[in-house]
Design a protein around this ligand. Structure first.
Ligand SMILES: C[S@@+](CC[C@H](N)C(=O)[O-])C[C@H]1O[C@@H](n2cnc3c(N)ncnc32)[C@H](O)[C@@H]1O
Length: 346
């Protein structure tokens, strides 16, 4: 075919779904054409497969999933329990990502949302690929310090979470409101809110597209799986809360330790999951949700308020402003103004 010209490439991109339908059988290798293995674990809400996502996804109906979250291997030559090759040639890795992403686009419901978690380097490609297929919502920078500085480069300090929806707008979008940022030591303000304190929403501040409050799961006590990236419950709770309703169907093609399935289960979402490698950790997490339920409930108490309970108590103790004190002060000022005007007019 030689080097296709730009017009041809643009036309192929415009009609990518039709082109993919025509050629997909040729692109799927024989090993992937095999039948899907049976479900390995099931709850009332979810089904877990031990399967290559590229084998499972073609069996999922078009337009059937409300929310997809994908956290693929980052191609960093990491050793996974599944022993997958995590050191592919760049071109090979990106073509593989495009294949599962194309399937995500197909199975997503109109109005459904897709989130992909990856290094900025790979997500620039994924965004270019998805821009022709879905509607871009956000590039969310999640502040997580990578382990080591890289010589000659800026210190990488965020992961990228790209967020797309199918159609013009998402059918569900209710981001939590977050507590105001305060000094962790003296609980004082980090910014000067001047005369606008009374205008601050007591339910908390709007979520931005930079997330500073998602800690990596490092502590052995909380880690459910050795030798693997495991995302925090806090991250999955935020995404699932923002982009789905109870009863909605959530899909994650890369199970890992099962964080997406565990959080979906706790938040009463239906879910479908698959992991190509061992699934024992996922099953044992799903069978022992107690600690995770407790953690989630405790964590959610700190959302949708301007100050957490702990912080509010300390602020009162230290004589710092609170929504209540500001409201009172503001009401007093308004009253004084009214009296002044009344006296002046007499
Ligand atoms: C980065 S981890 C996901 C971690 C997960 N989000 C968590 O919080 O535990 C990626 C996982 O995808 C699995 N994987 C890789 N290729 C796969 C494929 N083709 N189908 C299904 N799972 C795959 C790997 O074995 C690995 O466990």
């Amino acid at each position: 075919m030689g080097k296709p010209d730009r017009k041809l490439l643009a036309a192929i991109q415009r009609h990518s779904a039709r082109v993919y339908d025509l050629i997909k059988d040729d692109m799927i290798s024989d090993s992937e054409k095999k039948a899907v293995s049976p479900i390995v674990f099931e709850t009332q809400r979810g089904k877990l497969y031990q399967e290559d996502c590229l084998v499972l996804m073609p069996t999922v109906a078009d337009d059937s999933v409300d929310l997809i979250f994908a956290d693929p291997p980052f191609n960093l030559n990491k050793l996974y329990p599944s022993k997958i090759d995590d050191n592919l040639k760049e071109e090979h890795y990106l073509r593989w990502c495009e294949r599962w992403a194309e399937e995500c686009v197909r199975i997503l419901k109109p109005g459904g949302s897709l989130f992909i978690w990856n290094l900025p380097r790979w997500n620039t490609h994924m965004a270019a690929f998805l821009n022709n297929r879905l509607t871009f919502r956000h590039w969310i920078a999640v502040d997580v310090k990578y382990s080591l500085p890289i010589p000659g480069r800026l210190y990488p300090s965020h992961y990228s979470l790209i967020y797309y929806c199918k159609g013009d707008k998402p059918k569900t979008f209710h981001p939590d409101r977050l507590p105001m940022e305060i000094c962790p030591h003296c609980v004082g303000d980090l910014r000067d809110y001047g005369g606008y304190k009374h205008k601050m929403n007591p339910s908390g501040v709007n979520m931005t597209d930079v997330w500073y409050d998602i800690p990596p799961v490092r502590h052995a006590k909380y880690k459910k799986r050795k030798n693997a990236n495991e995302l925090s419950v806090r991250l999955m709770d935020r995404i699932i809360e923002m982009a789905s309703e109870e009863g909605d169907l959530v899909f994650d093609p890369f199970g890992g330790s099962g964080t997406t399935y565990v959080v979906s289960e706790m938040k009463k979402r239906q879910w479908i999951g698959t992991e190509i490698g061992p699934v024992d950790d996922i099953v044992s997490r799903l069978e022992n949700l107690g600690d995770e339920v407790e953690y989630l409930e405790k964590m959610r108490k700190d959302y949708n308020c301007l100050f957490t309970d702990r912080c509010l108590k300390k602020r009162i103790e230290y004589g710092l402003w609170t929504p209540e004190s500001v409201k009172k002060k503001h009401a007093k000022k308004q009253q004084q103004k009214r009296l002044f005007v009344e006296n002046y007019n007499q």
